[in-house]
Design a binder for this molecule. Structure first.
Ligand code: ZN
Ligand code: ZN
Length: 476
């Protein structure tokens, strides 16, 4: 038995969870969590409410709300939606209420202190309303890929743009073109650790797009990153005269603080020192656009902290589209978790989401296609498996070994490996096995459907509960 910590990148607390979130890190992490627990491992899955990014005060200001009160309410909405989707976190604290958050940020600042320097950096600022263009308040064109981006991290190419090379930077608050100016900031020279980080990544499986991204990013050994953003959102830190450290530096601290707070409340799960240790396996689930913060910056933080978990694995996802358009909380173009879970079976939502997960490229979600699929595919599968699990009928001989050697079962096992994890491949294997069983002799069905239920359980928790119940009856 091993210990695993699974992390999910925090959604911006400026709205509720929608299907785009579910199709990315949320469902994938929960599927791995259920699968690891079924194998007998000890697992903690954590997220936290990202209260320090400047999109939060921007949204709160637009709504005339207090940012802290608003983020607290969104955190409650998000955790309830996750629960409704069967995504079960062990901890999902707010950062503002968690005393361990600031402690964890300072812990990593201590770890990397040798690589920090106070320097003059170039930043955009609005000459009219004085907003700084670090993140939410400014938008222009990414100097790497040319797409519309803030100056913090590009959703198009996952690069950390170079502010002075960005074009058409405009103030989101008042629409005025922003101007370049300078300010003093703490700059982290993390590139000097890239050789060591690349050696760790080389031992891990990851999706091809992340591998290619890291090869390019880690070749820049003179890379540096300002970690304070005076005048913008972040955690004020005393050692920097109260200047705020930005949210993208603090994610690993957020996960660490969530684990620490959880174990204080639930000491039966073990001691923090046993969990946050090199013996624990860490798996991060993240949108590809968070690759720099997670797979580069947090990787270096971990290298500088030998008492914590080793550099982990990174399971990335691309964007889900809604009828060909982008999901957008701000435009209200979304299918909300609370709505779909009120209308459709949970297992159907999860299995369909996994089948269409945007793991390495954008995928499309359509409510009409989902409804058709429930009728044509989900309902027959659910009915056949339920009947097999609740019926006393047995095969003439035990065909389990034959089914376990079938192509779908082999593909399924490959997709559950940590280094090649894919909930989409798991879901496809379930559908392929169903198709094979239907064309096989009927006296092989009982063992086929039992294996199918076992394979489907991490994806379909309601079916998983039925399987557990049927096993209990067998024991009696
Ligand atoms: Zn302005
Ligand atoms: Zn870009």
């Amino acid at each position: 038995m091993s210990r695993y910590i699974l992390t999910v990148t925090p959604p911006t607390p400026n709205g509720d969870l929608h299907m785009g979130h579910l199709s990315g890190p949320f469902l994938a992490a929960d599927v791995m969590r259920r699968q690891l627990i079924a194998q007998g491992h000890d697992v903690l899955m954590v997220c936290y409410s990202d209260d320090y990014q400047s999109y939060l005060p921007r949204k709160a200001e637009a709504l005339g709300r207090d940012p802290a009160e608003y983020s607290h309410q969104m955190q409650r909405a998000i955790t309830l939606s996750a629960e409704l989707a069967g995504v079960e976190f062990d901890a999902f604290p707010t950062t503002q209420d968690n005393p361990w958050f600031a402690e964890s940020v300072n812990h990593y600042l201590d770890c990397i202190s040798d690589d920090l320097a106070t320097e003059t950096v170039q930043v955009h600022r609005c000459p009219s309303c004085s907003k700084w263009g670090h993140e939410a308040w400014g938008r222009g064109n990414c100097n790497v890929c040319g797409e519309s981006s803030d100056a913090s991290q590009c959703e198009g190419c996952a690069a950390k743009p170079t502010p002075y090379l960005m074009t058409d930077m405009t103030c989101i608050n008042c629409g005025t073109p922003m101007q370049l100016t300078t300010q003093r900031a703490e700059v982290w020279h993390l590139g000097k650790r890239f050789d060591a980080l690349a050696a760790r990544h080389a031992k891990r499986g990851m999706r091809d797009d992340l591998r290619a991204y890291l090869a390019e990013a880690l070749a820049k050994q003179d890379d540096s990153w300002p970690i304070t953003r005076p005048g913008d959102a972040g955690l004020p830190v005393a050692r920097f005269g109260g200047d705020p450290v930005h949210t993208w530096f603090m994610g690993l601290a957020g996960y660490r603080a969530a684990i620490k707070a959880h174990l204080e409340d639930a000491p039966q799960h073990g001691r923090f020192a046993d969990w946050w240790s090199p013996d624990t396996q860490l798996v991060h689930f993240l949108g590809f656009d968070c690759s720099y913060s997670h797979a580069v910056a947090y990787g270096v933080q971990q290298i500088c902290d030998p008492d914590g978990p080793d550099v982990g694995r990174f399971v990335t996802n691309r964007f889900l589209k809604l009828d060909g358009d982008d999901f957008s909380t701000s435009r209200g173009n979304a299918v909300w978790i609370k709505d779909v879970t009120g209308l459709y079976p949970l297992d159907a939502i999860r299995l369909f989401t996994a089948l269409h997960a945007p793991e390495t490229q954008a995928e499309n979600f359509s409510l009409a296609a989902f409804r058709d699929w429930i009728d044509s595919s989900y309902t027959p599968l659910r009915k056949a498996v339920s009947q097999a699990l609740t019926s006393a009928a047995q095969d003439n001989r035990d065909n389990r070994a034959d089914w376990q050697n079938s192509a779908p079962a082999i593909a399924y096992r490959a997709a559950t490996r940590l280094d090649a994890f894919s909930m989409q491949a798991m879901a496809r294997a379930v559908m392929d096995l169903f198709a094979q069983i239907q064309t096989a002799p009927s006296d092989t069905h009982a063992s086929g459907y039992r294996l199918l239920a076992e394979m489907a359980a991490p994806l379909m928790p309601v079916l998983g509960a039925l399987l557990t119940e049927s096993k209990t009856h067998e024991c009696v």
